[in-house]
Write a protein that binds this ligand. Structure first.
Ligand SMILES: Nc1nc2c(ncn2[C@@H]2O[C@H](COP(=O)(O)OP(=O)(O)OP(=O)(O)O)[C@@H](O)[C@H]2O)c(=O)[nH]1
Ligand SMILES: [Mg+2]
Length: 355
């Protein structure tokens, strides 16, 4: 089981087209001067960060990417066409590591942290000059032309740093997947038993201005997760790559006298795993308020600090307020608003991160 947040690929730029060494042939020109044109430049391989992509999934399906070669020059002063650049779109937050020299010591080439940021990884080969350029007073019919410069090839590791804007954190059965399916088009499996979610799911919430907030639903965490208990361990590092966390506690699990205590155990696990993770901002939520008996609910409300939000992922109660809070965090923590270029529909990916 592997999360699609890393991919190893090979990229190759286009080779430069050869210059032509053609000599003119015409009845009235018996000596025939040079008329060989230049070769075209090979295409560059360019990476561009895009908001429309969320995962590196595509790069697991395909691993070789080549730009077009420059076309060779020809006689009659014909220049070869430049090869087309290859623009490879990657999700915002993708880092490019060069593994060409040494697989065990990759070198960081670029961190594509902003939408539309570009990086040329492999410039195309320059085209060779045709013999037109080599005519001199002593050599009026040079039979020499330059070959095009070779292509460059690199082995890269792509690594997605920011996985999602918000990570859902909670015990098994807290209602994380139910929440994701209530607010996004994602359809994770939901069931009344723990460990329903086996691999992370991503969902996208869009506001009226087409801004997108990506939510990662991960398997429920249990006590000892930081030491490897349950399913959580391998996913803890993924919540590291979110901007903030939504910590969901079922109202059935919360102590009405001290609701806050219900968040302590998992926060302790986070701390044990990684201090940075524990320091990430959290929105605390009590879920399943629809099934609580009124007294219990009243006690929870009375004893909970003001920042804890009460919701029912099932009936939708309180979700507007929770989403508003999530957008507020998003605004506070993201770099300048990143609007997508063409307004196209983003597809919540089907994250069966199997294998
Ligand atoms: N009554 C009620 N039931 C809920 C609510 N939210 C979730 N549930 C139910 O709680 C059970 C668990 O929900 P899930 O969304 O699968 O919980 P999860 O946190 O994703 O669980 P894991 O994937 O196992 O970690 C399901 O039977 C849901 O229908 C809620 O607000 N009210
Ligand atoms: Mg789940």
């Amino acid at each position: 089981m592997r999360f699609v947040d890393e991919a190893s690929i090979i990229v190759r730029s286009g080779k430069g087209g050869n210059g032509s060494a053609s000599l003119k042939r015409a009845k009235n020109l018996p000596k025939g001067g040079p008329d060989g044109g230049d070769g075209g430049k090979g295409g560059d391989v360019i990476f561009r960060a895009s908001n429309r992509l969320l995962t590196l999934y595509d790069f697991r399906v395909r691993s070789m990417f080549e730009a077009e070669n420059g076309v060779n020059g020809k006689g009659q002063d014909k220049y070869g066409r430049n090869g087309e650049d290859l623009v490879i779109e990657v999700p915002v937050g993708t880092m490019l590591w060069d593994m060409t020299e040494d697989e065990d010591e990759p070198v960081l080439l670029a961190d594509l942290a902003r939408a539309d940021q570009e990086f040329v990884v492999c410039p195309g080969g320059i085209g060779g000059r045709g013999n037109l350029h080599f005519k001199t007073s002593t050599n009026r019919a040079p039979k020499y032309a330059e070959p095009g410069k070779p292509a460059t090839e690199k082995r890269l590791m792509l690594r997605l740093k920011v996985l999602a804007d918000a990570g859902l954190l909670g015990l098994p059965n807290a209602g994380k997947s139910t929440f994701l399916s209530a607010v996004s088009a994602a359809r994770p499996k939901i069931a009344a038993y723990p460990f329903t979610t086996l691999v992370p799911n991503l969902g996208v919430v869009e506001d009226q201005n087409s801004r997108r907030l990506v939510i990662a639903d991960i398997p429920g965490l249990i006590e000892g997760a930081s030491q490897g208990a349950g399913l959580g361990y391998q996913f803890l590092k993924h919540v590291e790559r979110t901007r903030f966390l939504v910590h969901i506690l079922s109202g059935e699990d919360a102590d009405p006298e001290n609701p806050e205590a219900g968040y302590a155990m998992l926060n302790e696990e986070l701390r044990a795993f990684d201090a940075d993770l524990a320091a990430k901002p959290q929105i605390r939520v009590i879920n399943k308020i629809d099934v609580l008996d009124p007294e219990r609910l009243a006690a929870l409300r009375k004893n909970a600090p003001g920042d804890i939000l009460f919701v029912s992922a099932l009936t939708g109660e309180g979700l507007d307020k929770l989403l508003a809070e999530m957008w507020a965090r998003f605004d506070a923590l993201s770099p300048a608003a990143e609007l997508n270029e063409d307004g196209s529909e983003i597809e919540a990916p089907d994250w069966a991160g199997e294998s």
